[in-house]
Design a protein around this ligand. Structure first.
Ligand SMILES: [Zn+2]
Length: 406
């Protein structure tokens, strides 16, 4: 049953404007945003006015990077993984047991969690390999239809097990693109040759006119560094602004002068970085016997260089990450704690990293509370942006086209 859209969302706090605002909605779009102090009293008592005082208004939360098809697998594991290689191996061993119903049930559980936290745009990494074939994508496309009107979903065709070390994987990736994947994925550190892998991914993306979304440099080894090759190919294929890289943790172990130079090139090439701290902190640094490194991307250095850094949940309760709720604000707090982001400005920046900045990375530029943008936003019970990030209140409302979602 469709609910009536609200005409005015009144009195919410806007952490970017740093004032209380009224949002006027017409035909599913934001018509105007004005300071609440300017409101005429005649609006009071109108049933089309949603009293949002006590809430922070933000564009809908964005999940940039999640694996819903391998979420909630922990109970099938005999023991936790001790390394990234083990996590990949243990998860691959479970794949022959996946069925369409199983993948769909676990994925739906992940999506329902995201929705309950106020996520309205989500990009999932969908695994394509010769064992699963296109089963994960088939499940994802059905869920896209099921969640239409509540959440915008994008899917990355992700060759988790590699491309060239898996006979048939290249053909399946092409087929996934034909069926409707939104981005070409890649994982050069899990194939026989990283350069060959990247060449294939960039060529396929350029041919299909799609963006690239890579798993990259997931290590604490400064020598495992494919990012420079990615920068070169981004420029070569004219994909500036259309390439995202997840993890990029090796860069955190690179000496600062070189890391800064790489960050400057990343900014120039418009490459978006998704830091995935829940998984990165859990799996990196395992070889350090003392002075253990955090093993996450150098977020401050990248931001200072002007790189669009966002973050993602990545995994929920599996070999890669045995915990996780799916709330982007949990990851925001984790990043605040581990990347020295403790001021009010940092809190606003963290919120931007899971709203408008994240949407930009996913190719959507209209993700903001401004005239002409879709009236899709979240209202979260909090008095300030610090309370929002540090307390992660559960009292949240999602609006889509000005309509309140159930
Ligand atoms: Zn991932």
């Amino acid at each position: 049953m469709d609910r009536e859209p609200f005409g005015i969302i009144a009195g919410a706090y806007d952490p970017f404007r740093r004032e209380k605002i009224d949002i006027y909605v017409r035909n599913g779009l934001v018509e105007r945003v004005v300071p609440a102090a300017n409101r005429a009293d005649s609006a009071a008592g109108d049933s089309r006015v949603l009293d949002a005082s006590g809430y922070v208004a933000t564009p809908g939360l964005v999940e940039t990077h999640i694996h819903m098809d391998k979420a909630f697998l922990s109970e099938r594991l005999e023991r936790p993984a001790a390394t990234l290689g083990e996590a990949i191996e243990m998860t691959a061993a479970l794949k022959p047991g996946y069925t369409l119903a199983d993948v769909t049930a676990r994925s739906r559980r992940a999506l329902e969690r995201s929705l309950s936290f106020g996520v309205s745009l989500l990009r999932a990494q969908v695994e394509i390999d010769p064992v699963l074939g296109l089963l994960s994508l088939e499940s994802a496309l059905a869920l896209k239809a099921e969640f239409a009107g509540r959440m915008t979903l994008q899917f990355v065709a992700f060759p988790q097990e590699g491309i060239f070390n898996q006979p048939g994987a290249a053909r399946l990736l092409r087929e996934a693109i034909r069926l409707g994947a939104d981005a070409v994925g890649g994982i050069p550190y899990n194939d026989r040759d990283a350069g060959e892998h990247l060449d294939f991914v960039f060529r396929l993306a350029a041919e299909a006119g799609l963006p690239v979304d890579l798993h990259l440099d997931f290590s604490d080894d400064p020598m495992q560094l494919a990012i420079e090759d990615v920068i070169v190919r981004t420029l070569e294929y004219g994909l500036e602004g259309r390439v995202c890289v997840g993890h990029l943790t090796s860069l955190g172990s690179v000496p600062p002068d070189r890391a800064r130079r790489i960050a400057e090139h990343l900014a120039k090439a418009g490459i978006h970085v998704f830091t995935l701290p829940a998984t990165d902190l859990y799996l990196n640094g395992r070889g350090d016997t003392h002075a253990v490194r955090r093993g996450i991307a150098p977020v401050g250095l990248l931001l200072d260089a002007g790189v669009n850094v966002c973050f993602g949940t990545n995994n929920l309760r599996n070999a890669f990450t045995p915990f996780g709720t799916g709330d982007p604000l949990d990851i925001a707090l984790l990043l605040a704690q581990t990347s020295y982001m403790g001021t009010e400005a940092d809190a606003a920046r963290l919120l931007g990293m899971c709203t408008d900045r994240a949407a930009t990375a996913l190719g959507i530029d209209s993700w903001a509370l401004r005239p002409g943008a879709p009236a899709d936003f979240a209202l979260i019970r909090a008095d300030s942006v610090q309370d929002l990030i540090y307390d992660r209140p559960r009292e949240r409302l999602s609006l889509r086209g000005g309509r309140l979602l159930a």
